[in-house]
Design a protein around this ligand. Structure first.
Ligand SMILES: Nc1nc2c(c(=O)[nH]1)N[C@@H](CN(C=O)c1ccc(C(=O)N[C@@H](CCC(=O)O)C(=O)O)cc1)CN2
Ligand SMILES: NCC(=O)N[C@@H]1O[C@H](COP(=O)([O-])[O-])[C@@H](O)[C@H]1O
Length: 214
């Protein structure tokens, strides 16, 4: 895809809480100017994680905002909002970020916050999607990228990818299979948002419309 000649790369702020393999996939994709985005900062709710180390190795600024450092959750949310805003993101990508973002955060970034979840929404919301899918006995699961709203994994769906559940799967093997497909879904969808924008109409999301979100 030819680079978008008249548009600066979309500024991505990525929030993580763990290994950061989705973040790494975005960092790697951004190396191609035609992708149309660059990761300008990586933030986390905890330190000592590989996701932050990946950003540091790539020379990307990082920050940590722990809930316990603040006298209330609301103060944490405001600090996170102000810190992310300082990087002037076009898009905020929650990639394994294990904290719910409060209304002030979502209002500040007005439908420009997306989250990848390791289940086929609306099934299995929350922190344990693969485990709950395995327990339920589904034969197909996957990952979902959605526009973040005030609910828990209830936002309008941008993209999904499906994988089979194998008979000998445990949670780790299933989650790893999901993550292979999830990383490709995330890279493809974030690149299209960066280059084409998205239009959200009620619960329906389509690529295009120019703005990186509406
Ligand atoms: N406003 C929203 N924020 C976030 C969402 C969302 O849907 N709406 N998704 C999460 C990512 N996620 C699932 O994809 C998810 C992460 C964490 C939780 C959760 O219950 N967190 C608790 C406990 C945190 C902890 O134990 O460390 C919390 O935040 O208090 C649910 C879903 C990203 N943000
Ligand atoms: N509900 C949130 C949630 O479970 N998020 C999941 O955490 C993993 C992070 O992997 P990574 O750190 O290797 O990118 C990803 O599979 C992501 O969908």
């Amino acid at each position: 895809m030819p680079p978008t000649p008249d548009r600066a790369p979309a500024r991505l702020v990525v929030l993580v809480s763990g290994a950061g393999t989705n973040l790494q996939a975005l960092i790697d994709a951004c190396a191609d100017p035609a992708y149309g985005a660059r990761v300008v900062a990586v933030g986390a709710d905890r330190d000592g994680i590989e996701g932050l180390a990946r950003a540091e190795r790539a020379g990307i600024p990082t920050f940590v905002r722990k809930v316990g450092q603040f006298t209330s959750r609301a103060y944490w949310d405001k600090a996170l909002t102000d810190t992310v805003a300082a990087f002037e993101p076009d898009l905020v990508v929650l990639a394994g970020f294990m904290k719910l973002c409060g209304p002030p955060f979502l209002e500040r970034f007005e439908q420009r916050v997306v989250n990848t979840h390791p289940a086929l929404s609306p099934a299995f919301p929350g922190m344990h999607g693969p485990a709950e899918a395995l327990e339920y006995g589904v034969k197909v699961t996957g990952a979902t990228l959605f526009v973040v709203d005030e609910g828990v994994d209830t936002g309008p769906i941008i993209a999904q990818t499906a994988v089979p559940v194998e008979e000998d799967d445990d949670v780790d093997s299933l989650h790893e299979r999901i993550k292979v497909a999830e990383r490709q879904m995330l890279v493809d969808a974030v690149g299209r948002i960066a280059r084409e924008g998205i239009t959200v109409t009620g619960r329906r999301v389509r690529f295009g419309g120019g703005a990186r979100s509406n």
